[in-house]
Design a protein around this ligand. Sequence first.
Ligand code: HEM
Length: 464
Amino acid sequence: MPITASGPLPVGAPETGVHAPPVPALAERVGWLGLLGAFRRNTLEAFPRACLDEPAVTIPLPGSGRMVLLSTPAGARHVLLSATDDFVRLPAGRRVIGPIAGNGLVLADGEAWRHQRRVLAPAFTPRTLPLMLRFVARSAEASCRRLEAGLGAPADLRAEMQRVALDIATTSMFSLETGPLGAEIRALVSGYLDRLGKPTVADFLLPPGWPTPSSPRRALFRRRWLRLVRAVLAARRGQGASGGGGPRDLFDLLTEAHGAASGGLLADEVGTLIVAGHETTASTLFWACTLLARAPGWQDALAREAAGLDLTEAGASASLARLTLARAVAQEALRLYPPVYVIARRAARTSQVEGTAIPAGSIVMIPTWVLHRNPRWWDRPETFDPRRFLDRPEPDRFVYLPFGAGPRICLGAQLALAEATLVLARLMRDFRLALDGDRPVLPVATTTVRPDHVPRFHLERRAG
Ligand code: HEM
């Protein structure tokens, strides 16, 4: 049953502003080389159209391997919830993200994963959210000041949203202002994702543990990255403990959880949290701005909603619950442009899913991108319409899964959604924005979903 976006208008939601942003068409036919090659160019062009109708699409790989795309809620539920131990991290994921995340939570499996998740989880509960939101409010304020100073010239909101997201990651983690270390983190992470972080055919096809042509350069990157993370940790340690007034930041929460002994793993968890939280949130904010730029009615609605609310460090946490329209816009941006647009696993043992045989060793993909845009589950799926997240039951958690689902669901989901909501509310309260020119902004997915060019925005100060 499609999740309808029509029906009575929720309070405050504008009637206008519904539009369908352009996206690449799904592929009519895909072979393994085309699919794996597209992982480097633009994966969105390679998902087969058949995924819209068929619960499982199998693509044979060289040798006896195969890739199975599961694009129904039942398939997603099986892999992510019912049989989690049968589906483990993909060696390609380890090769691609490993240089940043090392042995951190995002790449761990089995008992190690269970232990690490138990250790990290207390730092991401609703109880710690207000602490984190103070840093979000501060970074949003700084962003608005920077944009204000640049008024009159075209703005690069992609770079600005990356800056805000990284500011939030580094300040909430280390209470450190994003000084030279922050700039270095940003340069290293973006440089990595742009080049060495793009999956290659060898990443997918070579057996676990085998080196690929990218391995030496990734190893070199890993050494630079670890040096940088250790420098950040040393700078934060230099500031001492919180002084008895409760945890000051994520660093306090993590060291409390890890104990002083596990320095190596702490560096990997820090690397994991920076990479998991920074690019994904930046991408969500950027696409939300691009969508809002073509929906002035929604911009006005968000500005009205935020007017009069306290969005400062002191009040942001209390105001969050009242930002329902901003939250719906963030959720809709996550539906249309999920930063993690596919969830991938390796079958650890042979099984049967949705009537399809999945031999051990198969690559299993849950294409969030396709699930989020299938007319079987969504009414007019190509349109930007945040009303689908207002005044109605939450969508099925295996139809809408920007943060994954099941026991490995994103640890930072609540934080990320709160972050996107607050930053959007703050931006819309201060500014009106429009895209400079008519050139469509097309999504290109490699590691996350990025724009095909860097669009410029025109910003105008909102009166009052
Ligand atoms: C809009 C922003 C974000 C999106 C769309 C997102 C999405 C996801 C998804 C889809 C997964 C599951 C991947 C899988 O099952 O293979 C995941 C896992 C994870 N995310 Fe996020 N994430 C976001 C922000 C964050 C933030 C802010 C943090 C922390 C500060 C974070 C930390 C993690 C961690 C640690 C995992 C691994 C969990 C595990 O394996 O147990 N994420 N994220």
